[in-house]
Ligand binder design. Structure first.
Ligand code: MN
Length: 294
């Protein structure tokens, strides 16, 4: 099943427009992956200027194909990230952070992903990790860099809380990659550059081919130009969640509370001042009761 992203203008200083694949009308989550934003390629200076905002109940994973971003957060982290590295922020009970494109690289090209935390970890203390030593597997001319979970016998040293996998896949033009995958997982193959045939389905740039649990291999052929894809997979997430703005919770009441706490500068999210300046308030809630959904 093909998932089409929608264009979203971010409420950032530069008002950059990104493509959002998840949540999607056809598929809300892939495993615990609950949110997929694709940035650029865009001139680096316009890339990412996201002032202080909070998160709860999730992990943010930032992955770059091109560019350089500085991450700052309310537990004191200041961390630059470059292509091939992972910035993983576990929001848990609550954290605030900001992201700022850095001079140097010409373009920014990135994905930002959210991973829903299971009930057992939803209230965990906030944490941050910058992961550089990620396993890369060369298969013929193709390469697979595993940034979360396990694939091809390699395990990323990334902290995760439910069975899932995430990898960057590069396949040279006109060649194919046969990728064994966990048949208990559902998967999505998002095309960041080029176009591909994925298990017999033509997938053009920006689209994601969704594969139900049961597939034990994914055959990816790069059509036309060198392919960059992001593979996301996981055991279907069984817990109903409420996702609103930057929060993932289990009930409407929890969302109401978190929203008020952020807008009232509650210590839940820590003390945070970045050098972007400003602070993004939570918007008004819709005039309906938010329901937990799978
Ligand atoms: Mn964020």
């Amino acid at each position: 099943m093909l998932l089409e992203p929608r264009s979203v203008k971010l409420t950032t200083r530069t008002g950059i427009e990104i493509r959002r694949t998840l949540p999607n009308a056809r598929k809300r989550m892939i495993g615990a992956w609950a949110f997929v934003d694709h940035f650029g390629p865009t001139p680096q200076t316009d890339g990412m200027v996201v002032a202080a905002h909070p998160h709860t109940g999730l992990q943010t994973a930032t992955w770059l194909f091109e560019g350089r971003i500085e991450h700052r957060d309310s537990i004191g982290t200041i961390q630059h990230i470059e292509p091939g590295q992972l910035n993983l922020m576990t929001a848990g009970h609550g954290i605030a952070h900001s992201e700022l494109s850095q001079p140097g690289a010409k373009h920014l090209h990135a994905v930002q992903l959210w991973i829903a935390l299971p009930e057992s970890a939803i209230d965990t203390a906030p944490a941050f990790e910058h992961v550089r030593d990620l396993p890369t597997v060369e298969l013929g001319h193709a390469s697979v860099k595993v940034f979360a979970g396990s694939m091809l016998g390699q395990t990323a040293p990334t902290t995760i809380f439910s069975p899932l996998v995430g990898a960057e896949v590069r396949v040279p033009a006109g060649t194919s990659l046969r990728l064994p995958v966990d048949a208990n997982f559902e998967h999505g193959v998002m095309i960041a550059q080029g176009s591909a045939t994925v298990n017999g389905v033509f997938v053009k740039q920006e689209l994601t081919e969704y594969l139900e649990p049961g597939a034990s291999e994914i055959l990816i052929t790069a059509e036309g130009q060198d392919l960059i894809a992001v593979l996301l997979g996981g055991q279907p997430f069984a817990e109903p969640i409420v996702m609103w703005w930057n929060f993932i919770a289990r009930s409407h009441e929890q969302i109401v509370e978190q929203r008020e706490q952020w807008n009232n500068r509650d210590p839940r999210f820590g003390e945070f001042e970045d050098h972007i300046g400003g602070w993004i308030p939570a918007p008004e809630l819709p005039n309906v009761i938010l329901r937990a959904r799978t």
